[in-house]
Write a protein that binds this ligand. Structure first.
Ligand SMILES: [Ca+2]
Ligand SMILES: [Ca+2]
Ligand SMILES: [Ca+2]
Ligand SMILES: [Ca+2]
Length: 396
């Protein structure tokens, strides 16, 4: 008789053994008893049965990256810790992170008898989180099992997620120049006027100490900004200098002299001015730092029925001064000319009549009536009158 016999033990019978417990090792031996009752006990089985009915699960998610703020391109270390070593067969382990509109997914496709699964997360454009946490752990395919063949339970560890164990702030959104504007009233600004120029940022930014953000205006002037600390806007003054001239004050460019201008995640500010966000889009500031050049008041003629050159007589009715704003200063159009007269000392010049608005650069006659002339201080027969013209450009 050489026929073998197979003896099966049910799970119930096996788990019902008095010493059955997680982690216990079982060995088996068989006892053969013949029909007469003689019994022989065989050798102990070569196979040891190790009891492992505990499913691997995730105990915590941690990071070796130091707590703090991180920006575009920074790498974050992530570690998923399990109750026991597991091995991945096929596919990859996927860790999904809550990073706003688009959730980041990091993977690891090499896990061999490890109770720690490591990941590296590189912050991408648009990622954002106040306290980074995992939202899902899954397998793309394949299996993740302990050595006994129990599949890992991939449920997130309640109270032991990454945000419970770390404080990692993610900022994958770079700051921008959201607008250039001014608190100064619109209109013409003349030599010496001070114009507020404000830079608005899309989020709080900080300029490294001692460095300067330079704003180049289309008048050729530069406005300097320093000491920007966690600010969403910064103002500085532009003083209109001689020769400055534009019908629409605008910013040509923003330049950093050195250092950094960054958000909390150390993302640098994009210094491009977005279309429609320039100073000239938000304000209507006209700059004229060109003072009208000196000129002679030209010919003064007397109108009357019996006028005599060099005299103003009883029949005369008006003085006509010819003004010729024939100079290269466009802002004189819209400006004014006014006549002053004096009798006696040069300090006696007094404005006569009302200012006349200039509508073009052509010669312009300004007429003063005899009534207006008679108002000149010290006006009396026998006195000499002198006249001068003052041009005031549109900026004043
Ligand atoms: Ca197990
Ligand atoms: Ca999300
Ligand atoms: Ca936290
Ligand atoms: Ca940001």
């Amino acid at each position: 008789m050489n026929t073998g016999a197979t003896i099966s033990i049910t799970a119930g019978e096996f788990e019902g053994l008095g010493s059955f417990a997680e982690g216990a090792d079982f060995m088996f031996q068989a006892i053969v008893t013949d029909v007469a009752g003689n019994a022989t006990t065989g050798d102990t089985s070569a196979t040891t049965i190790h009891v492992d009915i505990a499913t691997p699960s995730i105990t915590k998610i941690i990071s070796e990256t130091v707590d703090g703020n991180y920006g575009l391109g920074d790498d974050i270390d992530l570690q998923v810790i399990l109750t026991e070593p597991v091995t991945l067969a096929g596919g990859s382990v996927r860790l999904t992170l809550e990073t706003g509109t688009n959730d980041a997914v990091v993977t690891n496709n090499s896990v061999t008898n490890q109770d720690t699964i490591s990941f590296t997360y590189s912050i991408a454009n648009g990622d954002t989180s106040d306290d980074l946490a995992a939202s899902l752990i899954s397998l793309s395919a394949g299996t993740l099992r302990d050595s006994a063949g129990n599949s890992a339970d991939l449920a997130l560890p309640v109270g032991n997620n990454l945000d419970d164990n770390a404080d990692l702030v993610i900022d994958g959104i770079g700051p921008t120049i959201s607008g250039m504007s001014s608190t100064t009233a619109d209109g013409w600004k003349k030599l010496g006027d001070i114009v507020n120029v404000t830079v608005d940022f899309s989020e709080p930014v900080t300029l490294s100490g001692g460095d300067t953000l330079k704003v180049y205006l289309n008048t050729g002037r530069v406005v300097n900004y320093t000491a920007i600390t966690n600010a969403t806007s910064k103002s500085a003054n532009y003083t209109v200098l001689a020769g400055d001239s534009t019908y629409a004050l605008a910013v040509d460019s923003l330049v950093l002299t050195g250092g950094t201008l960054v958000d909390a995640g150390t993302n640098p500010v994009d210094l491009q001015i977005v279309n429609g966000a320039n100073l000239s889009d938000n304000n209507s500031l006209r700059i004229d730092g060109i003072v009208p050049v000196a000129f002679t008041s030209g010919v003064v003629t007397i109108q009357g029925t019996n006028s005599q050159s060099g005299y103003y007589n009883a029949t005369d009715t008006a003085v006509v001064a010819t003004v010729t704003p024939d100079i290269d200063d466009g802002s004189l159009v819209g400006g004014v000319a006014l006549i002053q007269g004096r009798i006696g000392a040069a300090a006696n010049f007094t404005t006569i009549g009302s200012p006349v608005t200039l509508t073009d650069r052509n010669p312009r006659n300004i007429t003063l009536t005899s009534n207006q002339i008679a108002l000149l201080p010290s006006y009396a027969t026998g006195r000499e009158m002198r006249f001068r013209t003052i041009l005031r450009d549109i900026a004043g």
